[in-house]
Design a protein around this ligand. Sequence first.
Ligand code: IMP
Length: 422
Amino acid sequence: MAKGKVDALLGIVFGDEGKGKVVDFFTPRYDLVARFAGGPNAGHTIIFEGKKFVLRSIPSGIFDENKINIIGNGCVIAPDLFMNEAKEVEAAGYSIDRRLLISRRAHLILPTHRLLDKAYEAAKGNAKVGTTGKGIGPTYSDKAARVGLRVGDIEENFKEKYDALKARHLDILNDLGCRDLDISAEEKVWLESVEYMKKFRLCDTEIEINRALEAGQNVLAEGAQGTLLDIDHGTYPFVSSSSTTIGGVCTGLGIAPQNVGRVWGIFKAYSTRVGSGPFPVELFDETGTEIRRIGKEFGAVTGRDRRCGWVDLVALKYAIMINGVTDLVMMKADVLDTFDKIKVCVAYEKNGVRTESMPYDTEGWTAVYEELEGWKTPLSDIRREEDFPKAYADYIDYLEKALKTPIAILSVGPEREATIIR
Ligand code: IMP
């Protein structure tokens, strides 16, 4: 029997591309859906049958009762937020405890990690990253410092290990001027949620995934955040703390590179960024406000306004290179339905220097644009490529030529049906 493959669906700009919708749409093709990086900083929105769910840690394949879902070792998990999320899915009628596998190697986000996240941000003054405040950075820091707690730790003497790490955190918080903190209420819920987690299959997910591959099953690796938020390849230090790119799929699930099949790179027909950091295509004018309003570009986790701009070919080419993207998925072109002209960033410029490749320091660069015709036609009800308005077909063609990669899937609305496969 042929071995199965791991296909990856990766956000290739700053996240928020609509991965939840696409994973949900893809799920029937796969046997397992796995998250490999990040934690409750993500908010993957899925809309079907008039219901809306925002998943933070649970993979978006959970609504298909025949599929196994995995939270891999590269993820970080906040038991209390996970419990709320899992209960919400259960309350909607889905039984998940046997279908959700959680890696014993995934790291736990403690309540004090969240306090540290906020305290570090406050201490940064004007250089804030604009984190989601979910404790992501401090948890990955503890992992790298080899003092973190893992899911497997909850199986034995957990309270002792928890108390030791908490004490360490409280010392640091004290040094940062955060004194007399009362976390007792939050801690009580958190410890209860650790007990709740035990009903799920806490296991060595890397072994389970490799067994499934040996048995010919296929896996979809569901990315979180985006390439430009990757700890190595993003706009450091304005990044998240995990490996959001293709390398993270291998380390975050425990699979070898030769098991990777297709790499789907998902992006929007325009750009957004939430949080601080360089964003050369950012629009501060009425067009930016309109894109935000029409595209409902407000953070799924924090509710913050997303910064909006035109599509950025410099960023997309870079992400396609870093990830080895084989196919592109373009989301939300319908948001641009009413615009007369559509701009595309083809290069960056600073002090008379022009570049088409991602610079080391993206600060201070401005975007150089080319202008295309808008299609001025509603796209949301279109289901067949033959029915595309010419200017939309031209936009797709222009992007494919520039990016040298096919756009295999187009999404023109939030519903499952508003998805066109080419
Ligand atoms: P953290 O991941 O909470 O540490 O935040 C670091 C940076 O990544 C901030 O700029 C966040 O706004 C951004 N970020 C984290 N998660 C997401 C996401 O799921 N979508 C978009 N931006 C995110």
